[in-house]
Design a protein around this ligand. Structure first.
Ligand code: C2E
Ligand code: CA
Ligand code: CA
Length: 520
């Protein structure tokens, strides 16, 4: 029982370990998955932000582009003639602060100031080129110091004549570059090396802070780009993990619990016993019963052995009680019976040869043992005599007397096993009136000592003799014990002194080798 509790404890610890490992894995995996998803989401948010900003800027620039091309026809006309159409255009373009006409490298007409005379290439050297250009600059005329975007549209292949639009970029950027926290902390509009940042009227080159990463997207239609700065997606995703913890913990606990429940069956020793029965992991061993007077082998006791694929050798003291508690003892006894019948032809075909099997008292319920013996044992027309050993530690008083009577009628002898160790009540000796008493090895071991058990041994022997029962002494290990028991009149001896339990297949050869008078 001690051993069985230890095994159950070890088994629980293993289940617990597996459940904890699974729960931890689920926790880690859930958090890792949330992290990856969150990181991807953050990256997507920044990309979408940049894409949308580019699209909106493009859409705002496109009418200006059209307007500039429509206005190109006015270049060269006298200022007083074109000023009114310019103001009219300006009114329809809300984002444009002023329009300036350039002819012969001279900014000669402004929608605000009318006729002017300022050198174009000196004022805006980077614009004086042959194609459409943009430049971020600071307004020097109207709202001094405020950021503006200059859009230069030259008259075909002429870098000294064209339309210069002064665009109110600050208003646009305040509307389009508003940060989207937490992933976009700063959004910047870039043209060439100049940048305009949301909430900062200064035109400067934008640089990422130490713990920031940047993401840039360039317009395909106009020469500008948008740069976003924000915390690294990894860092941001990591910072969301504490928030994910409750759900991940819940999942992890749940899966741990499920594993705990699921392994209860599959990993339990009881499950392994029934698996072992099907996988034929059990082996039937036998131990010779020696006639105390003649020294001849007059029978065998069948003992089960189990080599589990998972546990290795498991002691019967462990699996038999477990099997009893899990209703697996009857299947195990059937296993023994089937094996016995299979090997019956190799055993002595003599009516005074005894074959003892261990049967649990629960097997007596509803005449089950009778039905099993009928199916497996009697159907084989056996010659040897069967002995059913019932252990005294079992609930003997509950054994159905009628079944015992039927057994005896069918020629089966009844033995009480481990006599003297259980709740020794003499009443069941009367009701069951067994044919054989087996003295437990505990009392055999006490022979030659002055322990109380040695006295009990003598008492048990004389009790059995008075009740007229055959006596078997178990656990005989020394010549001294054998001599003592023989002298006291014990009928049968069993123990390592004569033979250790051996596979049933090995018994016929053992019998040949150990007949006291040279075989026969
Ligand atoms: P048991 O029926 O009292 O079996 C005798 C036990 O004593 C066996 O242990 C045997 O190996 C051991 N033994 C034999 N000679 C000696 C000896 O000289 N010295 C010592 N120290 N031990 C000796 P085993 O095979 O480990 O079985 C333990 C118990 O498991 C058995 O006790 C029996 O109660 C149970 N068992 C074994 N096989 C079966 C079975 O097929 N069915 C049932 N119901 N119980 C079984
Ligand atoms: Ca026994
Ligand atoms: Ca015993």
């Amino acid at each position: 029982m001690q051993v069985s509790q230890e095994a159950t404890g070890a088994f629980r610890r293993r289940r617990l370990l597996i459940a904890i490992v699974v729960a931890t894995l689920v926790l880690i995996l859930t958090l890792a998955l949330r992290f990856v998803v969150e990181k991807k989401h953050i990256e997507q948010q920044s990309q979408t932000f940049a894409k949308v900003a580019i699209q909106r800027f493009d859409r705002l620039f496109s009418p200006l582009d059209v307007a500039a091309n429509n206005t190109l026809g006015l270049v060269g006309l006298p200022c007083e003639q074109v000023r009114f159409p310019l103001v009219e255009k300006l009114a329809s373009l809300q984002t444009v602060r002023s329009i300036i006409l350039v002819q012969h490298d001279n900014m000669y007409c402004s929608s605000i100031f009318g006729s002017t005379n300022i050198s174009f290439s000196t004022t805006y050297p980077e614009l004086a080129v042959n194609n459409q250009r943009m430049v971020l600059s600071t307004d020097e005329d109207l709202l001094k110091g405020s950021p503006v975007l200059l859009l230069w549209t030259p008259v075909e292949a002429n870098n000294r004549a064209g339309i210069l639009q002064v665009i109110n970029i600050e208003m646009m950027s305040n509307y389009l570059l508003e940060p989207a926290l937490p992933w976009v902390e700063r959004a910047v509009f870039n043209v060439g090396t100049h940048s305009l940042e949301y909430g900062n009227p200064m035109i400067e080159t934008a640089l990422a802070a130490e713990d920031e990463v940047s993401y840039q997207n360039t317009s395909l239609r106009y020469p500008f780009s948008v740069t976003l700065f924000g915390p690294a997606p990894t860092r941001l995703a990591l910072s969301t993990l504490p928030g994910q913890l409750p759900l991940a913990l819940l999942l992890s606990l749940l899966s741990g619990y499920i594993v705990w429940l699921a392994t209860a069956n599959r990993m339990s020793l009881a499950w392994q016993i029934s698996y072992g029965i099907n996988a034929r992991e059990f082996m039937v061993y036998c131990q010779p019963l020696i006639n105390a007077r003649s020294g001849e082998c007059e029978g065998i006791e069948l003992l089960l052995r189990w080599q589990s694929a998972r546990q290795g050798w498991v002691s019967p003291d462990l699996f038999i009680p477990l099997a009893e508690r899990n209703n697996l003892i009857a299947p195990l006894t059937r296993y023994v019976l089937k094996e016995l019948v299979r090997q019956l032809p190799t055993l002595p075909q003599k009516a005074d040869f005894h074959i003892a099997i261990n049967v649990a008292s629960s097997h007596f319920h509803h005449r089950q043992i009778m039905m099993d013996l009928k199916q497996y044992w009697w159907s084989a027309n056996p010659v040897p005599q069967l002995i059913v050993e019932l252990t005294e530690r079992d609930a003997l008083p509950e054994v159905d007397r009628r079944v015992v009577a039927q057994l005896r009628q069918a020629g089966v002898r009844l033995a009480i096993d481990d006599f003297g160790t259980g709740h020794s009540s003499l009443s069941y000796l009367k009701t069951l009136s067994p044919d054989v008493l087996k003295i437990d090895k505990l009392f055999t071991a006490a022979i030659g000592t002055d322990a109380i058990n040695a006295t009990v041994t003598d008492m048990v022997i004389s009790l059995a003799q008075r009740l007229n029962m055959s006596l078997v002494a178990e656990g005989v290990e020394t010549e001294e014990q054998a001599a003592y028991l023989r002298e006291k009149g014990v009928d049968v001896l069993q123990g390592y002194l004569f033979a250790r339990p051996m596979p049933l297949e090995a018994f016929p050869q053992w019998l040949v080798d150990h007949q006291p008078h040279g075989g026969g």
